[in-house]
Design a protein around this ligand. Structure first.
Ligand code: SF4
Length: 565
């Protein structure tokens, strides 16, 4: 039997992206961290554990040596949400196979890949299981499989889920691995798990495959944050759960005390964190327990960082679709939940929380602390032409009532094995492809853009925008966080840098911004003309009349004060 103390382990991260679990850079999912913790807990020295992302392997063939030479190569991957990614490209099935061929030691594969392998961004599709050429595929938890495999001297393991005590140990122990991520430390956001499983059974969702919700304790999450923080991590997203408001409760009702321990504890052990965001909130929790939810939302808004989004899975505002797919929230209930989040958490740093939701000319120039997001899913059972109208009416009502939504996410269903949707498959999504396209365009034009103007009006400052790529003479970047806004900045600036930006204009789901504070002695013509009210001729005058001792001396009709400090 192989002594764990002599084993070398290479973990390859092919990236995961689940509805409630992000892992494409700048995110690092929980899987590689928990798995690293599990093998160390089983006796492998920390110094014998190597972690590579699939992008690192693509860029540097030398690193394949770590795949070839390791006694145990663990591949983690699988996506269950289609999408385009800027920060990294998930592993392709051929690459996953190549890893198994190259590995001379034992090859283990796990993660949500066990739900099936799909093509990125392919829209509605049926998902099937494929077995790739690995010695072992973890059909339970990859971290439990890795622990048992190491513990057995690489002989084998029984598929199982980990228990909460193991999770507490592995999560805390595996924090070291973030230091090996190419984005570490500044441009890395750690996805945190607070629970998994769900009390509800929506037809399309893989979350109930994990059973009823199993919550971690606040202490366990806080300890993990502390260890990650001590390893240099500064950005955290409490994303791995079906409903953050249910944290530490009975699975359905909120428990504000548990949330206070969680959020307060994190702030205590990570005083200089840069990002603390969340992901999913179930609107049914808010309408079912409005007072407890208000308290819970207040706690979150006190402790999080601005620009946070509570994504609501409305999925459909059509009662027929709701009925046929076991969806648990009606359009009216979801509307009520949107209103409550706006009233409690829709204030901006610098505003009085009692005035929430704050927007308009007197609001502070930062993003609101916490706003709802709306997820709409198409191709579900019972979908008809009216479904699209129901959804549009719902969104219009939210806008007309003066409320804010940070993000409207519209997508088509993927039918996974093991969910009710696997019988229906993606047929409805395919039949409604044209309707879907037209409707999506209408929502983008009629709702998204006006909403974005309300949420992030011209002059809103977005601190620490990370510059990611160039396109058409502009630089695009995003803040770290949950569903960050895409920001286009005139000119080609150095990539990889981080700058503060002030919003000047709005697309459907992105904004244009200029560096903040704008220096009128240095700004380019493109930056000057991006400011509302400044055309080419005025911008030319500004350039000719330089230098200025003060922004007030610029002497233009447009209000430029909000673009300077
Ligand atoms: S409420 Fe429905 S969609 Fe949300 S996690 Fe639970 S089963 Fe999935």
């Amino acid at each position: 039997m192989t002594d764990p103390a002599d084993l070398t382990v290479t973990i390859v991260d092919g990236y995961v992206d689940e509805p409630a679990h992000f892992g494409v850079p700048p995110y690092i999912s929980t899987y590689p961290r928990f798995t690293a913790g599990a093998v160390v807990d089983a006796g492998v020295p920390e110094s014998n554990v190597v972690y590579h992302t699939i992008d690192e392997l693509r860029e540097d063939r030398q690193k394949w040596r770590d795949v070839a030479d390791a006694d145990l190569m663990i591949y983690i991957g699988g996506m269950t949400v289609p999408g385009k990614y800027v920060g990294g490209t998930p592993a392709e099935p051929d690459e996953v196979r190549e890893l198994a061929w190259v590995a001379e030691g034992t090859a283990l594969m796990g993660g949500p890949i066990r739900f099936g392998v799909g093509d990125e961004n392919a829209g509605g599709q049926d998902m099937e299981r494929k077995n790739l050429d690995y010695d072992f595929v973890a059909k339970g938890d990859i971290e439990a499989a890795a622990y048992d495999l190491v513990d057995s001297g690489l002989e084998g393991f029984g598929n199982r889920m980990r228990d909460n005590e193991e999770l507490d140990r592995w999560a805390a122990t595996g924090a070291f691995v973030v230091e090996q991520h190419p984005n570490h430390p500044d441009h890395l956001i750690c996805e945190m798990e607070t629970s998994r499983g769900c009390a509800y059974r929506c037809s399309f969702c893989t979350e109930p495959l994990y059973g009823n919700p199993a919550f971690r304790t606040a202490d366990s999450v806080v300890k993990e944050v502390e260890n990650l923080y001590n390893r240099g991590a500064r950005h955290f997203r409490l994303g791995r759960q079906a409903d953050i408001l249910a944290f530490g409760g009975d699975g359905e009702a909120p428990n504000p005390d548990a949330l206070r321990r969680l959020y307060g504890g994190i702030r205590e052990v990570a005083p200089d964190l840069g990002t603390l965001h969340l992901d999913n909130v179930n609107p049914i929790t808010i309408v079912g327990w409005p007072e407890k939810s208000r308290e819970a939302l207040r706690i979150i808004a006190e402790h999080n960082t601005a620009g946070d989004t509570a994504a609501f899975g409305l999925e459909s505002a059509d009662p027929v679709v709701q009925e046929e797919n076991n969806l648990n929230v009606s359009a009216d209930e979801c509307f009520e939940a949107v209103k409550i989040v706006n009233e409690v958490a829709g204030w901006r740093p610098g505003d009085d929380p009692a005035d929430a939701p704050t927007h308009g000319p007197d609001a502070a120039n930062r993003l609101p602390k916490l706003l709802p997001g709306i997820n709409l899913l198409h191709g579900l059972k019972g979908e008809r032409e009216e479904t699209f109208e129901h959804n549009k009416r719902f969104l219009q009502r939210v806008y007309d009532e003066g409320l804010m939504v940070r993000r409207i996410n519209i997508r088509q269903v993927m039918a996974f094995d093991g969910t009710d949707m696997s019988d229906t498959g993606a047929d409805i999504a395919r039949d409604h492809k044209q309707l879907f396209k037209t409707y999506k365009k209408e929502v983008r034009e009629e709702i998204d853009r006006p909403m974005l103007r309300r949420v992030a009006p011209a002059g809103t400052v977005l601190p620490n925008v990370h510059l990611e790529y160039h396109q058409d003479g502009r630089t695009f970047g995003r803040q770290l966080g949950t569903y960050p806004l895409l920001v286009g900045i005139p000119g080609e600036r150095e990539l990889g840098k981080t700058i503060d930006v002030a919003v000047v204009d709005h697309g459907y789901r992105s904004v244009t911004g200029v560096p903040y504070p704008l220096d009128f002695n240095e700004a380019s013509m493109d930056e000057l003309t991006a400011i509302p009210g400044i055309g080419r001729s005025t911008a030319g005058d500004i350039v000719v009349n330089r230098p200025y001792a003060d922004a007030a001396d610029v002497g233009v009709d447009a209000d430029v004060t909000k673009y300077v400090q």
